[in-house]
Design a protein around this ligand. Structure first.
Ligand code: TRP
Ligand code: SF4
Length: 335
C-alpha cells in the first residue's frame, strides 16, 4: 500500500476544456501527481444532470477530456484516470449518502438557489441536479480521498462532503471513510475574451486546444481597452482583456513590452494580440499534436481508459464492501 496521501478530483464531461480549466485545475493536478496518489475522474453522471438529453455526447466528451489531460502532462502511469459511469459503485454509494443528506443541507448549498431559474429554463430543475453535491461526496469517499484540490470559493461545497462522510462514520459506528480536507490552491482568476469571467454560457472562452487559425481568430476578436480608439491613443493594459491573457501566459519581458508599449502608444493592439496569439499557441502546440495522436490511435487511448477504470473499480468495490459491512447489510451474495 502506498503511504502517499490521496488526492481526488474530477471534471464534468461537458466538452473540450477551455483555458480557465487549465489555470483553475489541470495545471495544479499536473504538479500534484508527483507528490500524491491521484484519482482523477471524467464525471459523466455529473454532466448528465443537466445534459441528460444529450447522452450521446458523453462517450466522445469523456474520451476528449481524458485525451486533453494526458496531452497536457497527466501521466496515466502515475494517476488513476477513470470515467465515472464505468464504476457503477458510485451509484450504490450515492443511495447510501442520499439517505444521510437532509434536504436542508442541499437547500443551503450556496450555488443552488441562484441556479434554480436557469435550471428551469434548460429543463434541468431535477432531482439529479439537486443531489449533485451528494454525488460529488461519493466520488471523494469511494476512493477514500484525503485531499481535494479546491479554490477558496469551493470550500463550502467540500464542507458538505465532509459532513455527509462524518455522518456515515457516526451512524454506522465505524471509521470507514476518511474526512477529506481541502487542498487550497492559489489559482488566478481567468477572464474571457470580453473581460467577463470565462464561461461557456457567455461565449467568451478560449479553448485549451484549438487549431492555429481558430486561435488567431479568437485573439483578433478579443475586446481591448475601449478608450484606446486610434492607434496613436495611449491605452491602459489594466482594463484590457487582452492584457489579462498576457498575464496568464506571457513572460515578464513580454508583459513589460505590452504594458509599456500600450501606455506609450508604442505598439498597436494588433501587434499586442499577435504576441498573445504566439504565446498561447506555444502553450498548446505540443498538446495539440499529442491529443490528435491519442484520438487517432483510439486503441491506445481506450486501453489507458480501460486500465484506469479497472483500477478505480477495484478501489470502489473494496470501499463498498466495507460500507455494506459497516451497515450490516445482507452479505451472503454480493461481497
Ligand atoms: N463538480 C466538479 C466540476 O465542476 C466535478 C467533480 C465531480 C468533482 N466530482 C468531484 C471535483 C469530486 C472534485 C471532487 O467539474
Ligand atoms: Fe490591450 Fe494590448 Fe491594445 Fe493595450 S495594446 S489596449 S494591452 S490589446
Amino acid at each position: 500500500m502506498s503511504t502517499k496521501k490521496r488526492v481526488m478530483s474530477g471534471m464534468r464531461t461537458t466538452g473540450a476544456l477551455h483555458i480557465g480549466r487549465y489555470f483553475g485545475a489541470l495545471k495544479n493536478w499536473i504538479e500534484l501527481q508527483n507528490d500524491y496518489e491521484c484519482f482523477f475522474g471524467a464525471m459523466d453522471w455529473h454532466a448528465m444532470t443537466n445534459a441528460y438529453k444529450r447522452s450521446e455526447d458523453m462517450e466522445k466528451n469523456a474520451r476528449e477530456i481524458l485525451a486533453e489531460w494526458i496531452a497536457f502532462g497527466i501521466d496515466p502511469d502515475k494517476c488513476t484516470l477513470f470515467i465515472q459511469s464505468q464504476v457503477p459503485e458510485h451509484l450504490e454509494l450515492f443511495m447510501v449518502f442520499a439517505n444521510l443528506t437532509p434536504m436542508g443541507w442541499l437547500d443551503r448549498v450556496p450555488t443552488w438557489k441562484d441556479a434554480i431559474e436557469d435550471l428551469k429554463k434548460e429543463d434541468a430543475y431535477n432531482l439529479g441536479r439537486f443531489a449533485y453535491p451528494v454525488l460529488q461526496a461519493v466520488d471523494i469517499a469511494i476512493y477514500k480521498g484525503d485531499l481535494v484540490p479546491v479554490g477558496q470559493d469551493q470550500v463550502a461545497h467540500l464542507e458538505l462532503s465532509r459532513e455527509i462522510i462524518r455522518r456515515f462514520n457516526g451512524i454506522y459506528k465505524k471509521e470507514v471513510l476518511p474526512e477529506p480536507k481541502p487542498l487550497l490552491t492559489e489559482t488566478p482568476m481567468v477572464y474571457g475574451t470580453d473581460g467577463r469571467k470565462m464561461s461557456t454560457s457567455y461565449g467568451n472562452v478560449v479553448p485549451l486546444i484549438a487549431e492555429e487559425k481558430k486561435l488567431k481568430k479568437i485573439c483578433n476578436k478579443m475586446v481591448t481597452d475601449p478608450q484606446r480608439v486610434r492607434r496613436e491613443d495611449p491605452g491602459n493594459p489594466d482594463v484590457c482583456p487582452v492584457y489579462k491573457f498576457h498575464k496568464l501566459v506571457s513572460t515578464n519581458e513580454d508583459l513589460k513590452w505590452a504594458s509599456e508599449g500600450c501606455r506609450s502608444a508604442g505598439i498597436g493592439c494588433g501587434e499586442c494580440k499577435a504576441k498573445l496569439f504566439s504565446n498561447l499557441n506555444d502553450l498548446m502546440a505540443e498538446p495539440r499534436e499529442k491529443k490528435k495522436e491519442l484520438l487517432n490511435n483510439s486503441g491506445a487511448l481506450d486501453s489507458i481508459i480501460a486500465e484506469g477504470c479497472q483500477r478505480a473499480r477495484e478501489e470502489a468495490r473494496e470501499t463498498l464492501k466495507e460500507v455494506r459491512g459497516a451497515m450490516k447489510f445482507y452479505s451472503g451474495v454480493i461481497n
